[in-house]
Design a protein around this ligand. Structure first.
Ligand code: 4GY
Length: 229
């Protein structure tokens, strides 16, 4: 799996995915993640990548040309057209199902917008998908791109340090996680639920399942309904 991020802030992106679990997975060769600076492809003599919106209004819009040339250079370099995703609040809202689908693609590229947006013509021309990470507005597409890259990466075999971690997904499919505890057994006068100390695996499984169902019913009735269908 190869992920390419097209951005005006490649160092911001690198500083995140080179850390922790994704950083280790890259070093091990399980995934490849790269960032490309859209500004390197500007044809403007002042290195500008934005201009004022036609029709008037506030702020600046990213121009089509540097984004298109950045995308073309990427395609040429990897010898194929990656599945290109534009991150924006206008996209379909990201779910674990979409994450799983994307993790099966060989090459994905993620386009990060900035300022007030991107010239629609280049989105129409190169984007295969438009995805939102939720109904709120950020200052740029970098954080959403990093969220997507992280979620996709952990679906790739070998990325998670322990085999069980991914299993949770399938185990209590569509339900929220049960509460978890670690040592000491008493902290701040608060005890860990007794069943977890019992060593009785069947009872522990039953308790965890009940907790998952209870939490999901209380906190996410929408997920609970889906699960009960
Ligand atoms: N929410 N999900 C999001 C976002 C910021 C102006 C286009 C989101 O994905 N992206 O809020 N993006 C905007 C900023 C240019 C992206």
């Amino acid at each position: 799996m190869r992920i390419d991020i097209l951005t005006l802030f490649p160092e911001m992106c690198r500083s995140v995915y080179t850390q922790s679990i994704t950083g280790r997975a890259i070093k091990k060769g399980c995934i490849e993640i790269y960032s490309r600076n859209i500004r390197d492809y500007t044809a403007d003599k002042h290195n500008n990548v934005d201009d004022t919106p036609y029709g008037g209004g506030m702020g600046m819009i990213m121009q089509a040309q540097p984004i298109y040339d950045c995308y073309k250079a990427l395609c040429e370099e990897i010898g194929t057209k990656p599945y290109l995703i534009y991150m924006s609040p206008q996209g379909r809202v990201l779910t674990q199902e979409t994450v799983k689908e994307l993790s099966k693609k060989g090459n994905i590229a993620i386009l990060c917008g900035h300022y007030e947006g991107v010239d629609q013509r280049v989105i129409d021309l190169i984007a295969d998908d438009e995805i939102s990470i939720g109904d709120y507005v950020l200052t740029g597409g970098e954080l959403p791109a990093l969220v997507l890259a992280d979620a996709v990466s952990r679906m790739i075999p070998g990325v998670l340090p322990n085999a069980e971690a991914m299993e949770n997904e399938s185990h209590y499919d569509g339900l929220l996680e049960y509460p978890q505890y670690t040592k000491p057994a008493v902290w701040n006068n608060i005890e860990v639920p007794e069943v977890l100390l019992s060593g009785h695996h069947e009872n522990i499984e039953k308790w965890r399942r009940e907790q998952s169902l209870k939490r999901t019913k209380e906190r996410r009735p929408d997920l609970y309904e889906k699960h009960n269908k």
